[in-house]
Design a protein around this ligand. Structure first.
Ligand code: FES
Length: 248
């Protein structure tokens, strides 16, 4: 996932902390005083979760043809449209014609899996050829599955006294126990039970913790950047709303 040399426009598309690798590209373009048109397209939940805001803005100002378009999926009342962000909602290819994104650019995408899937499909449908689309998922499975060796996991009830909440079942692990409000999330409860889990951001951005919800409903706090697929739950930022059965 590296910046290719050439004269074509460069379109840097990212969400949340997925901005990190494409920010390095923006630094490189600014350092060489590139004459290429450069687009910085970024999605976040709101200003509080908008990393590198000042840094990206000042780098774009160093470029002759720098453009920026920021979308907040859940802007707060204090977030300033036209200053902090340009539009509410999720970043989508459907807006690109209106804002003037060039079809013939090299597109570099970094963010959660769902973000990459959606935008890659959108770009292909918009006429961008595969050799102009470069993607990098935020996080990798090997480094974000701590302790996944089978022999180290033997799911068990937590050491502390049971809670008084609705029943939570980890179906694959054969465990059912009452929810305890001392946990911030279903992920924390699973960890307390030594149930094998996957996670990375723990804040509802990367979807690494996405798990099939066999039965029941959950509520989110914080709300995820993008909702999980129908029938799934992001366990890092959710709690049970009534009895739940998770495919864990
Ligand atoms: S761990 Fe990233 S969304 Fe749950």
């Amino acid at each position: 996932f590296t910046l290719r040399s050439g004269s074509e426009p460069v379109v840097l598309l990212s969400a949340g902390v997925g901005a990190t690798p494409v920010l390095a590209m923006l630094h490189a373009l600014a350092a060489e005083k590139s004459n290429r048109p450069v687009w910085w397209l970024f999605g976040a939940r709101n200003r509080e979760e908008h990393p590198f805001q000042e840094e990206s803005r000042s780098l774009l100002q160093e470029l002759k043809y720098g453009h920026s378009y920021i979308q907040y999926s859940r802007p707060r009342p204090t977030d300033r449209r036209g200053v902090d962000f340009d539009a509410a909602g999720h970043l989508a290819v459907s807006a690109f014609d209106k804002i003037g994104v060039p079809h013939d650019g090299q597109f570099y995408l970094c963010g959660p899996a769902a973000f990459l899937r959606e935008l890659t499909a959108g770009l292909a449908a918009w006429g961008v050829t595969a050799d102009h689309i470069h993607t990098e998922i935020f996080g990798t499975l090997d480094s974000i599955t701590p302790g996944m060796k089978a022999e180290t996991h033997s799911p068990h009830l937590p050491a502390e006294p049971a809670g008084f909440g609705p029943q939570v079942s980890f179906a694959r692990s054969g465990l059912t126990l009452p929810w305890n409000a001392k946990y911030q999330s279903l992920l924390e409860l699973a960890e307390a039970c030594d149930v094998p889990v996957r996670w990375s951001c723990r804040t509802g951005v990367c979807h690494t913790c996405e798990t099939a919800l066999i039965a029941g409903n959950v509520e989110y706090d914080p709300e995820p950047l993008d909702p999980p697929a129908t029938g799934d739950a992001l366990i890092c930022c959710s709690r049970p709303r009534g009895e739940v059965i998770l495919d864990l």
